[in-house]
Ligand binder design. Sequence first.
Ligand code: HGY
Ligand code: MN
Ligand code: MN
Length: 417
Amino acid sequence: MFASEAYPGSAGWVMARLDALAAFTDEPGRITRLAFSPSLDSANAELIGWMRAAGMTARIDAAGNVVGRYEGLQPDRPALLLGSHLDTVRNGGRYDGALGVVAALAVVERLAKAGERLPFAIEIVAFADEEGVRFGGTVLGSWALAGRIPEGWRERVDGDGVRAEDAVRAFGVDPDEVPAASRAADPPFAYVELHIEQGPILEQENCGLGIVTAIAGASRLLVTVAGQAGHAGTVPMALRRDALVAASECVLAVDRLSRDKGAVGTVGHLRVEPDAVNVIPGRVRFSVDIRSGDDAERKILLAEIRKAFDAIAVARGVGLAVEITSDTSAVPCAPVVVEAIGDVLADMGLPRLELASGAGHDGIAISSIAPIGMIFLRCVGGVSHDPAEAVGVDDVALGIEALERVCRRLGETSTCL
Ligand code: HGY
Ligand code: MN
Ligand code: MN
């Protein structure tokens, strides 16, 4: 039932395409495909070719997302939206995002090879900026498709000082046309995403697939600490306003307070200026990423972290500014979609293992225009956002099978979605 030879739409066929996509990177030797980057542009072109070969129409929408469509028997019926994202973190893995896009394409391949059309169209989207790595948060991507474009997105600046507006224009997207990407007026009847779990639960439970119940909320900050640069050899310790020492105390505060709250807090990016061995750091910028399944708890944690930062700044005699670059509330998956996924897994003889997602996903944005659901796929060691990310081909076969069955199941119930 789950052969993995590379016939169109098989697990081997999916794995081969994921390996091909992994070659699209802006950093040779590792996978880095940031939003609106040359490598993402090339990966999108490759995907569009595969979509058209499968009998789909395919285009780049007004916000830079790839949108493919496999017509249904009733073209006027709302479509079912599948997909995920092709952008990656820096030095990422080859399955985060891409698996969901290519597995959805495998479902269409199978239908097309069988000459079958469902009553409704299947659309597959590869969102342009799920990771939000380049600009500190998702600037367009799924938010644009949901018709909820973030305020001030144009002025966001990446690590090289490039404004988001200029980056999307260089990518071929007209910033003034972005609102045309919105599907708020003609939403899909549901959105389903297959994604690696990026955590250890499925592996611990020896389950290939799981049912996502909710997606955690997240807050992202960009913090700037302004001290006083100086000669490392001549400024007495008592007179120093060392930005890196103050930032280091902030990093430890994020860790301590997050642990105390049972939430997760990460400082993943930190830049020191002037970054010289014999100069006291005058300025430090660092990121903070806070997640929790409970929005109220996350807000309280955020307030405690900012209070701790202010106390450190006073004690260290430095300036400290906080910019909130992204703030998303936790989102439940739609019960009707959760149930359909559960029924499908039961039909396949698999347990109905339900779990929440600590990672963010495009479904957060899409949930504002359609019922959403996600299927998690076991990943080796729970590792993700790292080249060691790995999945088993038999789990991928299960994932494709489940996704196809969910499409059919949701089609049967779509009138009440
Ligand atoms: O950061 C996240 O949670 C997701 O991988 N973008
Ligand atoms: Mn992802
Ligand atoms: Mn990710």
